[in-house]
Design a protein around this ligand. Sequence first.
Ligand code: G1P
Length: 288
Amino acid sequence: MKVRKAVVVAAGLGTRMLPATRVIPKEILPVVDRPAIQIVVEEAVASGIEEIVIVVAPGRSLVLDHFAPVADLERHLEERGKHDLLAVVRSTGTMARITRAHQHQPLGLGHAVLQARAAIGDEPFAVMLPDDIFDSERPCLRQLLDVAEAREAPVVALMRVAPQDISKYGIVEAAPAGERLYRLTGMVEKPEPSKAPSDFAIVGRYVLTPDIFTLLAEGKPGAGGEIQLTDGLLALSRRRPMYGCEFIGTRYDLGDRFGLMTAQIGFGLKRPDLADRLRAYLRTVISA
Ligand code: G1P
């Protein structure tokens, strides 16, 4: 299975991060100095993806502008001989082939993915949720693609979660199938902890086959009255073997205030230009 394209869903209203997201889409909120959307696009490119379809809500296309050329800024930097910054600005504009799809009504994640159907066509593809960002040696999506290519099957990223967090996620029923690998036998979106089949949550990286589109188009509203991707995945898992990969790395939930704060610290501590000062600062505030 060769996966060339990824769908990045950036169509949510970001209500969990208000008031920051009143005007700015949550995918533009920066982690250190990179917007979440850029971190995700960089992960896709590092995983071998060639084309990225970003699904946006109408009037919320700032995420796409982030990758467009900015002639004024480039001229300004060029005139002042700021070549390092110029390279940064230019590389953001050329890092991937990016196209857009629109979700005109907020009818759920499954519905958002379905809006990319024409752009994806009849080939396997990745889905990436920019609320979830990963700090890992091997990009999280690449870890999934390794499995998808070896097994010729769809794969989702899995992470164990605490009991009190189970109702925030799609939760899978899974049977061991290899190292950090599970065959998926069932899944349910945002279950009550007492009814959850496991503590294994799906987090925002998926490798899917195009037959998911028909299943999503036929899908009925599920949890929260929305067309859920998880319901489409369950239908897909009944048609063909499907796997979960317990990725290696740290995941941050940027849709959540605490997750955004810990991401700043986690990513900041990985930056050679900031790590020492940040570590020293954290020590002083913790001991104060
Ligand atoms: C979505 C999916 C859910 C998944 C989660 C991962 O939920 O519907 O299955 O576990 O992303 O972040 P949301 O966070 O959009 O409510």
